[in-house]
Design a protein around this ligand. Structure first.
Ligand SMILES: [Zn+2]
Ligand SMILES: [Zn+2]
Length: 248
């Protein structure tokens, strides 16, 4: 369902910053916008001729949000000619507006949606509309502010059409994943580091999915991969590996 501009961990420059996207109903849906994402969006012309651009952010690490200010500025000045109506950012904390403000991107250049759950309204669709939900989930205490973790996994679905779970960065196996049949695809971050309390260690993911058949496990698409991640092992265990879309 999602295509990926990048699928690497923060320091994996080869795979680039993990970022998924979908073009749907004339709109762009982008999941995370890390440091190297703007250039790829430009090369693929993904910001042009969209009725609306929707950017979902999982957390404020720069490998997930580093391009956001530039993307908003480009959309505001070059694409939509100083009209903010179709530039939409989704993140459940006003903190993202503070970050953008310090980068010189004022609040009246984009719409910020801080709801943890909502239904979208895509004019070309009928009564049935996509819904999203942000689930707070543990990552690193360095991102804990406003008295909570401020790191999220995202669920995105259109009833009877598609549904997926996008983990963002987290060491937690979210309780929603107890029922993998809720989702067509589960995009999950993973690390080869053992017992990480910041990222999902591969061993923990194996253990949490040990009751699943290989076919069921293939709903998991692993992303945010380190250079040394053992792809062949993960494939043998039944997981799918996120690969980047080809960019000329
Ligand atoms: Zn990351
Ligand atoms: Zn992170």
């Amino acid at each position: 369902m999602l295509k990926f501009l990048g699928s690497g961990s923060a320091f994996n420059a080869k795979r680039g910053n993990t970022s998924g996207y979908m073009e749907f109903a004339g709109e762009l849906f982008l999941f995370d916008a890390g440091n190297d994402v703007f250039g790829k969006l430009m090369k693929l012309n993904l910001l042009e001729k969209k009725a609306r651009v929707n950017i979902f952010i999982t957390h404020l690490h720069s490998d997930h949000v580093g391009s956001l200010g530039t993307i908003i500025d480009y959309l505001y000045f070059k694409v939509y000619k100083q009209d903010m109506s179709n530039i939409c950012v989704y993140f459940p904390s006003e903190a993202i507006a503070d970050l953008l403000a310090m980068q010189g991107v004022p609040r009246d250049h984009y719409n910020l949606f801080v709801n943890k759950w909502d239904e979208l309204y895509l004019p070309t669709l009928g009564r049935k509309q996509p819904e999203y939900a942000f689930y707070e989930t543990g990552h690193t205490a360095n991102l804990d502010y406003e008295g909570h973790t401020n790191t999220y996994s995202i669920e995105f679905m259109l009833e009877n059409e598609f549904s997926f779970f996008y983990s963002g960065d987290t060491a937690e196996y979210h309780e929603k994943l107890q029922n993998i049949y809720l989702y067509d695809q589960i995009y999950h971050e993973v690390t080869m580091m053992e017992n990480s309390d910041v990222h999902m260690s591969y061993e923990r993911l194996l253990e949490k999915t040990s009751h699943l058949s290989k076919e069921e496990r293939s709903r998991f698409h692993l992303m945010h991969l380190e250079e040394e991640f053992d792809i062949e092992r993960a494939k043998v265990d039944g997981f799918q590996i996120v690969e980047n879309i080809e960019i000329m």
